[in-house]
Design a protein around this ligand. Structure first.
Ligand SMILES: [Fe+2]
Ligand SMILES: [Fe+2]
Length: 365
């Protein structure tokens, strides 16, 4: 692991220059010339075996590298550094007394960017160092800004997902309030739906979709007249027909957008009252003709509705709700989903506890 050691100084003077030369006199000379020019972040190394560790601890913005050194020569050092695969690898300038074409070509191929021939010419040295740093620091700035931008995009994306979830949950909650249902019903119902999806092997993204889309299952109730929706007694057949239209109204509200979320939400709104044996509504679909999203939502919705207290009924006990679900295996509900539901019952009860109604605490359930 390389310590990127991002320093906030982008001035050339603050740039870290690693100078490697086995001759102390050369190090001293380079130090003197560069310091006099204002470069104040010089790291001098006489032992080429220490380059790799030094670089790992604190990367450099420029490396001036001697070639002829004991233990590890400049080519060996270059090879070690290149193997780090640092995306921000700094330019390496070779310090050499040789200037044969073969030698220079070999150094270039090994990854060197430029040369300074010994003995050093002060002006040439400063010009090369300045040019290298100008180019490298500009490159580094762009690179680091890209990281910052990536992070901003990630944060914004997360924020957007969070807001979207909030909006859909609150939209669902609005519909539930109109229906005198409790706000937490949609939280429990959507988490149970996502759990069932996960338990039948759906991937994480699809489970998340289920979690975000199912809260809107009853959104169509906002299109049902109050005298029906809020009627305390039993609905007569005509009123019941109108009540049933909440499924298509919901689908109409949600359809028309091609995002996965809206497509899934619309499908659930439309099909969450279909029954496995074909006796549901609005289309009387049966078996696997009912989208799996609708089958899952139906089971989660009914279980939570049964075990919740409503103005017109007491909460059922978990036991009796489970009995009803078992009895409805293959009539109302997809039998395979019922099996998964029963396996996951402890986790489903955890969800109930997590999102319990404060005012209903102590009620038999
Ligand atoms: Fe419904
Ligand atoms: Fe519901």
């Amino acid at each position: 692991m390389i310590n990127m050691g991002i320093n906030t100084m982008y001035t050339k003077e603050g740039a870290r220059i690693l100078i490697v030369d086995d001759e102390p006199i050369n190090l001293k000379l380079l130090d003197k010339i560069l310091s006099a020019q204002g470069y104040n972040n010089l790291v001098l190394l006489q032992d080429s075996r220490k380059v790799l560790d030094t670089y790992r601890q604190q990367r450099a913005d420029l490396i001036l590298l001697d070639i002829n050194m004991p233990y590890l020569d400049g080519f060996d050092v270059l090879e070690q550094l290149k193997a780090l695969d640092d995306p921000l690898f700094p330019p390496v300038v070779i310090l050499t007394a040789q200037n044969s074409q073969d030698f220079l070509l070999r150094a270039l191929n090994a990854g060197a960017r430029d040369f300074i021939t010994k003995p050093f010419d002060r002006n040439e040295l400063l010009a090369r160092v300045r040019n290298m740093l100008d180019a490298y620091l500009a490159h580094r700035l762009v690179f680091e800004q890209k990281d910052v931008l990536d992070e901003i995009v990630q944060t914004r994306t997360n924020e957007l997902r969070r807001t979207r979830l909030q909006v859909v949950q609150r939209l669902g909650r609005a519909a539930e309030y109109r229906d005198n249902e409790t706000g937490n019903h949609i939280l429990r119902m959507s988490h149970i739906s996502a759990l069932l999806a996960k338990s039948i092997g759906w991937n994480e993204a699809d489970c998340e979709l289920m979690l975000h889309a199912s809260p809107m299952h009853d959104i169509g109730k906002i299109g049902i007249p109050d005298h029906i929706l809020l009627k305390p007694g039993k609905l007569d057949p005509e009123e019941w027909e109108i009540m049933k239209t909440h499924a298509t109204i919901g689908a109409n509200i949600l359809e028309g957008d091609d995002s996965d979320l809206m497509r899934c939400a619309s499908e659930i709104a439309l099909t969450h009252h279909e029954k496995w044996d074909g006796s549901g509504y609005p289309y009387g679909l049966s078996g696997e003709a009912i989208p799996l999203t609708g089958r899952i939502a139906a089971l989660a919705d009914v279980f939570d509705a049964l075990t919740s207290e409503r103005p017109y009924k007491k909460a059922w006990t978990v036991e009796s709700a489970v009995d009803l679900i078992k009895e409805s295996r293959g009539t109302h509900f997809d039998p395979e989903l019922v099996a998964v539901f029963l396996q996951q019952l402890p986790e489903i009860l955890n969800i109930r506890d997590r999102f319990s109604e404060p005012e209903s605490e102590g009620n038999p359930s």
